[in-house]
Design a protein around this ligand. Sequence first.
Ligand code: V07
Length: 257
Amino acid sequence: MFEKFSLNKGKTAMPKHEDTKSISIPNHVAIIMDGNGRWAKKRGLPRVAGHREAMKTIKRVTKEADRLGVKVLTLYAFSTENWKRPKAEVDFLMKLPQQFLNSYLKELIEQNVQVKAMGDLSRLPTYTLSAVNDAIEKTKANSGLILNFALNYGSHAEIVQAVKKIIREAHSPEDISEKMIADHMISPALPDPDLLIRTGGEIRLSNFMLWQLAYTELYFSEEYWPDFNEQSLQDAVRAFSSRQRRFGGLAEGSENP
Ligand code: V07
């Protein structure tokens, strides 16, 4: 980790159900799941093996996020820039939603998870889109954790789309407000992320939810996404919580945005 703010530094780890008792839990966690290719390379495996392993991590982290009380988990699965990768890799990636859902949809339904997707879904292959739509449809009545996949998502594209929509509705310049822009984004119904996690050691946002991350706590982990586990998520949530305690409300620092 680049940053580690453990609340029980120097003490022994607390038991599992005690460990997160008195910390504040982010409602919406967004994750840039980076490092899958490097995870594979380190093991002498093809990049796609890293992507496959990444899906197991999604399953683990979804379960742990739910257990901690997170309400929305947004995962950056495919960016608008990812089309530039070699065709074979793109083809492989486009099969992952279907594979993921074949393996896990049943369990997600049992866990009361609601699947959602955001991005320009119209450019996805039919088989990808129908797998995703099927999962959205089959989980839409669920009331538990929202598992929101960013698929063919890019923040600049999202803003362009919002501006087009606003102009199509022929608003006059005086009518434009922050709320109007927010309302024309792809997922206006979701609250903004409270915590953004990026794994894999890079420290940038890579065109992910730029508008929505304006006030979000950012957390960067050196771990490759396939290595990220329950403990890693807890570490991130703990870091979030300790920052809330130090800077929340009227505590020091809060007046200097
Ligand atoms: C993808 C695995 C995670 C790491 C990042 C890139 C590779 C899960 C999905 C998915 C998407 C929609 C959905 C269900 C599952 C996925 C893509 C890539 C394109 F409804 N993982 N994953 N989609 N990777």
